[in-house]
Design a protein around this ligand. Structure first.
Ligand code: SF4
Length: 362
């Protein structure tokens, strides 16, 4: 990527952090929505360089972390079938289900393949007409365009052996759930720049107004994050509750309208269960009835599978900004990246994995 070095320039970042120090007077709790932002914050040590008045809490924007255990068990049941080639992004392979993970299915002879795009999965379906090819379509608004594109392409090609196991979730309903909770601690948000690249930020205007909370669309490099935080802190200190864009090189208010139209053609809003958080009404997308033939849950009839979450795992509280990973009694003990109890310890965007990886043990 060109021009990325400027956004990692230590001198420029220090200058913005100094400006935050000059601006902040009172204590504030700010949540970065996206797990990619959480990892960047810890990787570059921004959390340790901020003035003590600012507490960062980590949001639910890690797709692997919020995918329900039940859906992972459904994926495992499908992937175990001899006629199936199960395809997924690499992150999902190590996420434990109730008894095993996709890696162990593969080790036992199951056909589980890592792909970098659902369009690769469509190609596999074309090349293997005697197999059922399933793509694990999880994620937020960011990954939805590619997933719906794969369905449109499979339909155009007349493929009868391609389907997706869908668990798409959307950011705005999760923000409203966090803000509407009587336990809420979040006073300002850094919204996820990549989500807003697709969806714009028009959906956040009513949230900022209704809950009187500043929302700053923020990128992923250290300078982006420091700049987004400075804008949020300025709003908090000045008593403003606006939606501002600190990522204008990628995001516009309307977003990518062609992508939004394509999503709307294939998906419709539906209730979704968020791992650790629970059911949030109209917080995700599912396939429209006219694309039901591509719904793996219906094709393989795995909708009845029910599961129990680990009682030790407090990831739901972490993803709502109520606790930090180090407040989990299992952190670094029963739960490590090699013995994960929850998805937040496995995912490359999970808050627990970030704390473990970058040595935030206190
Ligand atoms: S440390 Fe492990 S058990 Fe605790 S919240 Fe994180 S993933 Fe769950």
């Amino acid at each position: 990527m060109r021009y990325v070095d400027e956004y990692r320039d230590a001198g420029l970042v220090k200058g913005v952090l100094e400006e935050i120090r000059r601006t902040v007077i009172r204590p504030w709790v700010v949540m970065e929505i996206c797990g990619g932002q959480t990892h960047a914050i810890l990787r570059y040590g921004l959390d340790e360089l901020l003035p003590p008045e600012i507490e960062l809490v980590h949001g639910p924007g890690c797709p692997v972390c919020v995918t329900p255990l039940q859906l992972i068990d459904q994926a495992l049941a499908i992937a175990s079938l001899p006629e199936v080639i199960f395809t997924s992004y690499g992150d999902m392979l190590r996420v434990p289900g109730s008894h095993q993970d996709l890696f162990s299915i593969r080790a036992a002879g199951g056909q589980v393949r890592v792909v970098y795009s659902p369009l690769d999965a469509v190609k596999i379906a074309q090349e293997n007409p005697d197999k059922q090819v399933v793509f694990f379509a999880i994620g937020f608004e960011t990954t939805a365009p590619a997933n719906v594109m794969s369905v449109i392409q499979a339909k155009t090609l007349g493929l009868k052996n391609y389907s997706i196991l869908v668990s798409h979730v959307c950011v705005p309903p999760a923000m409203e759930t966090i803000l509407g909770s009587p336990l809420n601690r979040v006073q300002g948000f850094l919204a996820a720049g990549h989500v807003c690249t697709v969806m714009g930020y028009w959906q956040y205007l009513s949230i900022a107004e209704k809950y009187r909370v500043p929302i700053v669309v923020t990128g992923f490099e250290p300078l982006d994050l420091a700049h987004g935080l400075l804008m949020a802190v300025r709003q908090l200190e000045e008593g403003r509750c606006e939606v501002e864009n600190a990522y204008p090189r990628a995001v516009t208010q309307p977003g990518n309208q062609a992508a939004q139209a394509m999503i709307d053609r294939v998906f419709q809003p539906c209730d979704r269960h968020w791992r650790g958080i629970g059911r949030i009404p109209m917080s995700g997308w599912g396939l429209r009835p006219e694309f039901a033939d591509f719904d793996a849950e219906k094709r393989f009839q795995v909708g009845h599978i029910q599961t129990q979450e680990s009682k030790l795992c407090i990831s739901g509280e972490i993803l709502q900004g109520l606790k930090k990973p180090t407040q989990c009694p299992a952190f670094g003990k029963q739960c490590t990246p090699s013995t994960p109890l929850g998805a937040t310890m496995v995912s490359s965007e999970g808050a627990c994995s970030a704390y473990y990886r970058y040595g935030r043990n206190q």
